[in-house]
Design a protein around this ligand. Sequence first.
Ligand code: PLP
Length: 401
Amino acid sequence: MSASPFVIPPAERVANLPPYVFATIFRMKEEALAAGREVFDLGVGNPDGRPPANIIHALNTAVADDSWNCHRYSTFNGLPRFREAISAWYFNRFGVKIDPGTEALPLIGSKEGLANLMRAYLNTGDTVIIPSPCYPAYFGAARLCEAEIFELPLREERGFVPDLDGIPAEVARKARMLILNYPNNPTGGVCDLAFLAGAVDWCRANGVMLVSDIAYSELGFDPDDPPPSVLQVEGAKEVAVEFQSLSKSHNMAGWRIGFAAGGAEVIGNLGKLKSNVDFSLFGAIQMAGVEALTGSQRVCRENRELYLRRRNLMVKGYRELGWDVPKPPATMYIWARVPAAFGGDDAGFVREVFARTGVLLSPGSGFGKYGAGFVRTSLVADDGQIARIMTLLGGSGIAWS
Ligand SMILES: Cc1ncc(COP(=O)(O)O)c(C=O)c1O
């Protein structure tokens, strides 16, 4: 008689997590690569550029600097110099004053901070209002808190900006947190300061924390109208906390560096939680962050120009195929309805395009229930690759209209 295998089941909150939304996509990609096929991965928003030399130099300098020892544990709430740089960046970019001692917190990427904020503020069964479609990590983080998720629809006809007055009173009563993300992943939608002011009012009236995620704030394409911060709204710090990332603006996705800014109370509680689970970022990465935030911001402008050019090339190519896609005003994504011939089956469309061409897109239903019927293209291919991709798509025999 063979002994049954020794298995310790995970906690229910982990066992109940649905598989990672893009697991199938990753598998398809791995299989194709193993079979020696040509693959163009436009599924993930993983910047293909490098951080500029001054940022890499700042990291190397800090690593080699004998006047302090960045190899020791950092402080729980990060280096004062990095918190001061966060404060300076907020003032230079938005005219917002942030107290570096109490209102700024370095993060090991904003994904970490968003998940830990939920852990710090959501009890089992609390409701969190999450825009849909959205960055899928919001769903996973909320599920790990065993929170109830209300998907707030972002509709194309409203420029992907939600109607907060349409939130049912029952949901508003039970909600503890509302997440907003502008410029928006995956839709590329933007919002103005007036909308954020209305959102602050709505949250104040309903006793809800407003969580603003501005990971794409430096990738707005209108030079005369850069994306706003919720903290520009008078009194917002009482209600709102904001998360920023250096992943997209400065091509530092792999470095894991971001930060939160907001009132001392929420920043203190997030810091308290984090002090029990991590030890802040590697000091040399924080010094690179100081350079990123206070040195030349040229990389942000170059990235804006790069993604705008790629957006124009991709949109032109898609439209020439006969696929009517919109031109998003920001971000590194194109969000479009799947061609009519696919009857709204976004996963089927993605499979078909991949099988025939090796071009990998993201199915919209992976971003929430209101993402169904759409598909996301990440602008992470260079001009030459875009030309090749368009040739492959054009020769694929797929019905684009
Ligand atoms: C909307 C949004 N927020 C946050 C993140 C995570 O950024 P970070 O790399 O700082 O964890 C992403 C990454 O794709 C994102 O799209």
